[in-house]
Design a binder for this molecule. Sequence first.
Ligand code: FES
Length: 122
Amino acid sequence: MAPHKKINVTFLPDTRRVSVPHGVSLLEAVHRAGIVLPTRCGGKAGCLMCKVSIDPGESAALRPPSEAERRKLGSLLDQGVRLACQAAVWEDVSVHIPEDPLKAAVRRRLEAARRGEAEDLW
Ligand code: FES
């Protein structure tokens, strides 16, 4: 691999793209893409607030999980979940950012309103 190879990371569902140096953490790539992903532990695999997911076929695009990440995520790893603070970017990859809980609640209410269930939810 070239020493200064740039890696293209695409964040979904908003399709934000950023180009970062090989080996940068996914959390750093998230920040460089201007995405807010709240965390509490300062990137020490302690808060689990930086969970993101990748498609199973792209698992080789990230550095394999460390022992700490394996302990924290357990079987979620098999579902493509990774800790952005622990996963380093090795190859071009698409990453799913979980929906903000507040946005998700608003979206669910809007969808319910469209279905005529608004009185039950507001
Ligand atoms: S930033 Fe806290 S677990 Fe990743």
